[in-house]
Design a protein around this ligand. Structure first.
Ligand code: ZN
Length: 79
C-alpha cells in the first residue's frame, strides 16, 4: 500500500490543511480510515497522539477541505 504508485501526486495534511506532494515528503500513517499523508513529522506526531475525539475533528476538517478541492483537481475521484 505504500509503494510509489499508490501515493497520490497531491495530498492534504489533515492536521494543518496544507496541500503538498506526498511523493517527495513521504510521511504517512495508516489506520482504519486508510493512509494519511503529512507535510511534516510534526503533523504526523500531532495526528498520532491525538485522541479519537480530536481525530474526528481533524477528519471533519479534512473532509470539508476535500469537498472544496476534490472536484476541481482530479475528476476521476469524483465517482
Ligand atoms: Zn502539516
Amino acid at each position: 500500500m505504500t509503494d510509489t504508485n499508490s501515493i497520490p501526486e497531491t495530498a492534504i495534511d489533515p492536521v494543518c490543511g496544507k496541500t503538498f506532494d506526498p511523493r517527495s515528503i513521504r510521511i504517512f500513517s495508516s489506520d482504519d480510515k486508510g493512509t494519511h499523508y503529512f507535510c511534516s513529522q510534526d503533523c504526523k506526531r500531532r495526528f498520532d497522539s491525538a485522541d479519537t475525539k480530536s481525530k474526528k475533528g481533524f477528519w471533519a476538517k479534512y473532509t470539508d477541505r476535500l469537498k472544496d478541492t476534490h472536484c476541481t483537481r482530479t475528476p476521476p475521484e469524483c465517482t
